[in-house]
Design a protein around this ligand. Structure first.
Ligand code: ADP
Ligand code: ZN
Length: 711
């Protein structure tokens, strides 16, 4: 049986060896036992039910909460030559009947279903007449009422145990905590399931948390080394999402917004583009998350603080599912703390609930101000012990300098106290620095004993100190007031001189930006770039032809291995991890051609066009696009006009010209009788006031509008 699993792994999936506990899980389920699998994102959960499904006779039924997840897996299996289908509400009843017929004839190996579908009496009866290989319940934490992904329909999946006592069931989740685990077992009746608990470490993710100073500039610094990488930038508010997306696009980083305030079609469209295109940045609220199975998300950046370590772990965990180097980067500042505390305070819910949330926030803050290895602390929070510092986080790499902050901390605390425990950090810092401004004067604060005692320290140092005092709970925020600081009970020993205070020294901004270029950007080295792009271009072309995301054709890891091992024949190609029999047959030759330098040039051109459309849709101006694609503005206008002609772009997406001027140009084109004048003719008409490239675009739009009827 071991051999059978191994053979399927190699022949179908193209992989050489199992990872972690995959093999044990597969043996358990293939031999008819139940299993509960707790494995982090990217750990390789899908194989745990896909391999036994192929080892056992009959139909494997997979429950999945989201259509997007199902479609993704079905497309992936399809590419591997495995007969898989998803039954969902978007299918016509004809299509559904057709699927049912194929299942009855035994032509389908894996059936993906939403839970509400599966538990319909008709569906259960239908399945009972068939041979069932296994049930897989993906995202099993959806059964937990305490989690944020709760799906009531999941509760009914417990019935499967009664209806199909002989069929093995495997439940899978990437949610780590103990309570959820117990709930899954109880509600899904998995008392006899063997539990497979993996480490929740994500070794390929590099963690970095920097103090927030000029967040956008810092973000650009972080992104500078990551041009062309796909990533997610999380922000707290919708407004900020929109602003940051526009800002990034203007800076030459194609970015799209995603939040609950956008129309659902637009949201779906943006999500689809994120999955299908490469190098796109999604700027999002936490509404963007589950169902994002894109494996090559190279970074997750937080411009605002998540409200708990659970959320931080989950959100950062969306980076690097493919196992290749990825970054989790966050800028955080005192404002974040104030905002989250305020939100917490204003939320409804009883005192106990608020207290729990407060503890969670405190744990998050502690991670931010941590001086030890971030990974050790993060995993420790989930009750996992990492013996040694990881060597792969900012604290491990940069080392953390601490300093004895006892005396300045006492000065800061007395500034809070002497000024009446009602002022924000700005004013408190002014007092310590002895700034003689209007506000200080009107309050008479220049007479306070602490006025000017902190002159020898820079403003930034004081701000950092206040932030750390609040993060450590030594000072509190007055939430009823206007975010003024108060002393908290726990600062007394410090004030009385009974304890010392060690704080972390913030890195200088340029230092933190420089050091943040971790491994991800070095994925492909300079001299490999050209071949890498050629491989990606071919992959994108194939993906478009097959109407699937590029990673379904081959994941980055496979492409990277091709790049490095340079297979020269089909048999060598078959050795590359991720190249199974079916894909070898379908794509092997095409990739060999590219590797052997035999691929023809025009592909690059179509690729450039594709890129251009994405960039224009992302809101870039023609000049920015020219910059990005490193070609002349003239040819950008030419390609924009073509794209408009093919109706891939609207005029508004392509150009940004004042409405009045646009009207004038359009009138000039339409002033003749019948035939559209050429751009050159109109240019003369307008005495060259408008760039000819613009005229080409307007003409193309008019032409498309009248479908050539004018010519
Ligand atoms: P999860 O569902 O746990 O987040 P996936 O099942 O999507 O993870 O697997 C993550 C990636 O790892 C996929 O690209 C998958 O093909 C790959 N993978 C899984 N198992 C193996 C293996 N044994 N060898 C190589 N790659 C694997
Ligand atoms: Zn570390």
């Amino acid at each position: 049986m071991q051999d059978a699993a191994q053979r399927i792994l190699k022949d179908i999936f193209g992989y050489d060896s199992f990872r972690g506990r995959q093999e044990a899980i597969i043996q358990r389920v293939a031999s008819g036992g139940d299993a509960l699998v707790l494995m982090p994102t990217g750990g390789g959960k899908s194989l745990c039910f896909q391999v036994p499904a192929l080892m056992r006779d009959g139909l494997a039924v997979v429950v999945s909460p989201l259509i997007a997840l199902m479609d993704d897996q079905v497309a992936t299996l399809d590419e591997l030559g495995v007969a898989a289908v998803a039954l969902n509400s978007t299918l016509s009843s004809d299509a559904q009947r057709d699927i049912a017929d194929r299942i009855r004839r035994g032509e389908v190996k894996m059936l993906y279903l939403a839970p509400e579908r599966l538990v319909q009496p008709r569906m259960l009866a239908f399945l009972q007449r068939l041979e069932i290989a296994l049930f897989a319940i993906d995202e099993a934490h959806c059964v937990s009422q305490w989690g944020h992904d709760f799906r009531p329909e999941y509760l009914q999946l417990g019935q499967l145990a009664e209806y199909f006592p002989q069929v093995p069931r495997i439940a899978l989740t990437a949610t780590a905590d103990m309570r959820t685990r117990e709930e899954i077992i109880n509600r899904l009746h998995l008392q006899d399931a063997e539990r497979f608990l993996s480490s929740f470490d994500r070794p390929n993710i590099f963690y970095r948390i920097v103090p927030k100073e000029q967040p956008r500039k810092q973000l650009l610094g972080f992104l500078a080394a990551r041009k062309g990488d796909a990533g997610i930038v999380y922000c707290l508010s919708r407004k900020k999402v929109d602003e940051v997306a526009a800002f990034l696009s203007a800076q030459g980083f194609p970015a799209l917004p995603y939040h609950a305030g956008l129309p659902s079609e637009l949201r779906a469209y943006h999500q689809k583009r994120f999955l299908n295109e490469e190098g796109l940045i999604m700027v999002a609220t936490i509404a963007f998350g589950m169902g994002i199975d894109k494996p090559n998300v190279r970074f997750v950046a937080h411009l605002d603080l998540p409200k708990s370590l659970e959320a931080y772990y989950q959100e950062t965990g969306r980076a690097g599912r493919d196992g290749l180097p990825a970054d989790a980067w966050m800028a955080y500042g005192l404002q974040d703390v104030l905002l989250l505390k305020q939100m917490l305070n204003n939320s409804d819910g009883d005192e106990r609930h608020k207290r729990i949330e407060q503890h969670k926030l405190d744990a998050m803050l502690a991670l931010c101000e941590e001086t030890r290895c971030r990974r050790q602390v993060l995993l420790g929070y989930f009750d996992e012990v990492l013996e040694k510092p990881c060597g792969h986080c900012d604290n491990c790499i940069d080392g953390v300098q601490t300093w004895d902050a006892t005396e300045p901390a006492r000065q800061a605390l007395s500034a809070i106290y002497r000024s009446g425990q009602r002022y924000g950090v700005g004013h408190l810092v002014d007092l310590l620095l002895g700034r003689d401004n209007d506000k200080v004067r009107s309050l008479g604060h220049q007479h306070l004993s602490i006025f000017g005692v902190g002159k020898d320290r820079a403003e930034g140092d004081w701000r950092s100190l206040f932030r750390q005092l609040v993060a450590r709970g030594l000072a509190d925020v007055d939430l009823e007031g206007f975010g003024g600081l108060r002393l908290s009970e726990s600062c007394r020993p410090l004030l009385r001189g009974e304890v010392q205070l060690e704080l972390r020294r913030d890195l200088k901004p340029q230092q933190s930006a420089k050091a943040s270029s971790s491994a991800a950007s070095q994925l492909v080295r300079g001299e490999e770039r050209e071949m890498w792009e050629a491989l990606r271009t071919l992959r994108r072309k194939l993906a478009e032809e097959h109407a699937v995301p590029p990673y379904v054709i081959f994941p980055d890891a496979t492409l990277l291995e091709m790049l490095r091992s340079k297979p020269g024949s089909l048999s060598e190609m078959a050795q590359v991890s991720g190249v199974g029999a079916r894909k070898l047959e379908r794509y092997g030759a095409a990739f060999l051609d590219v590797l052997g330098g035999k691929a023809e040039a025009p592909r690059v051109v179509t690729d450039m066009r594709h890129e251009l459309v994405s960039l224009a849709r992302a809101g870039m101006t023609p000049e920015q696009i020219a910059n990005q694609l490193q070609c002349g503005t003239k040819s950008v206008y030419g390609m924009l006009a073509e794209a408009i002609g093919r109706q891939q772009l609207s005029l508004e997406q392509a150009l940004d010209i004042p409405e009045a001027l646009l009207g004038e140009v359009q009138d000039a084109f339409l002033s003749g009788d019948g035939e559209l004048p050429t751009a050159a003719e109109v240019s003369a008409l307008l005495s060259g006031r408008v760039e000819e490239g613009v005229l080409h675009c307007v003409r193309a739009a008019l032409h498309a509008e009248f479908e050539g009827g004018l010519e």
